[in-house]
Design a protein around this ligand. Structure first.
Ligand code: SF4
Length: 310
């Protein structure tokens, strides 16, 4: 089909929805029929495939993220990153921060909005004789790019500090091990650096508490999301089977959007096992019950095996 004669579904994460009407108007002016997804969108994992199928869209244009879903989809998806410049003054603040702290080597990463300046920032740091490490995470689109579901294992070795350039603490607090070096989030708008080691430790303590609760739990609900990049059906089914072999009662709860509201009215659940976005487990307090992440399910089984009568 000729571009300009398509039915296009536009999808924006929450922070970019304010620009949606302008983008839609431009595409309509080119002769396309345009829909905008009004569903919440939390990441590139969250493609609006169902809506696209219902309206028989020719393609989805997903703004604000790099490609995430590796499998071949039955609909064309164009990813359009949305870059936001870090001002020269704020870049200078970052350089001064690294210099003043005396860091000789750092692990640097950034959220997608700032990746267009990433290599330049690395170069500026290297000119100051700072060794900059930036590896590619298993979900990232390129080295240095950080997603909120990366466990941080690709950036925390052999450096003086880990620095994430991000507006907010969400992405950098995904680390799944207590880091042995300081971890900072550098705000790309005001140039302030926040040390987050204590926040990471607190988060990891909660995760361990969820593991302890799952060991003791009588009834466990396994959460399955139908969001395309979060759908882990086999993992959920295998987990259910294995939990049953340890005498646990289990139930599978499925929804596109899993939230404290969507699962809050079910009674008799002691613990949730989350197979969707790994950061859902951080909403422990809002869920009112422990939420165990997929990455700790293996350890849960090990501990249950060790406790099982021989
Ligand atoms: S799985 Fe969660 S953290 Fe990862 S991209 Fe999706 S919403 Fe973000």
């Amino acid at each position: 089909m000729e571009s300009g004669n398509m039915r296009i579904l536009l999808q924006f994460p929450e922070g970019l929805k304010r620009y949606a009407l302008d983008y839609a108007a431009k595409l309509e002016a080119d002769g396309n029929e345009v829909f905008i997804s009004a569903s919440p969108c939390y990441g590139a994992c969250d493609l609006c495939l169902d809506e696209a199928r219902h309206i028989r869209a020719d393609k989805i244009i997903h703004y604000g993220h790099y490609p995430f879903i590796k499998k071949v989809l039955d609909i064309e998806v164009e990813y359009v990153p949305f870059y936001i410049d870090i001002s020269p003054a704020v870049i200078e603040k970052l350089l001064s921060f690294v210099k003043d702290k005396g860091f000789r080597s750092i692990s640097l990463n950034a959220t997608v909005q700032h990746m267009h300046q990433f290599k330049d920032i690395v170069k500026r740091l290297e000119e100051l004789q700072v060794k900059v490490v930036y590896k590619e995470g298993h979900l990232a689109a390129e080295p240095g790019h950080l997603l909120g579901c990366e466990d941080g294992s690709h950036f925390q070795e052999g450096v003086d500090a880990i620095i994430t350039i991000a507006d907010g603490l969400f992405h950098a607090t995904a680390i799944s091990k207590v880091p042995s070096v300081p971890v900072y989030v550098f705000n790309p708008y005001d140039g302030k650096a926040t040390l987050i080691n204590d926040i990471i430790k607190k988060r990891l303590r909660k995760r361990r508490a969820a593991l302890a609760a799952a060991i003791e739990a009588e009834t466990i609900a396994i959460l399955v999301s139908t969001k395309p990049g979060q759908f882990s059906l086999s993992f959920a089914l295998n987990t259910k089977k294995k939990l049953a072999s340890f005498g646990k009662k289990t139930v599978l709860l499925v929804a596109n959007e899993l939230s404290p509201e969507s699962v809050g009215n079910f009674q008799g659940i002691d613990v949730f096992i989350n197979t969707a976005c790994p950061r859902l487990a951080d909403d422990h307090d809002r869920f009112g019950k422990p939420v165990l992440g997929m990455d700790l399910v293996g350890e849960l089984f090990e501990q249950l095996s060790a406790m099982a009568p021989k």
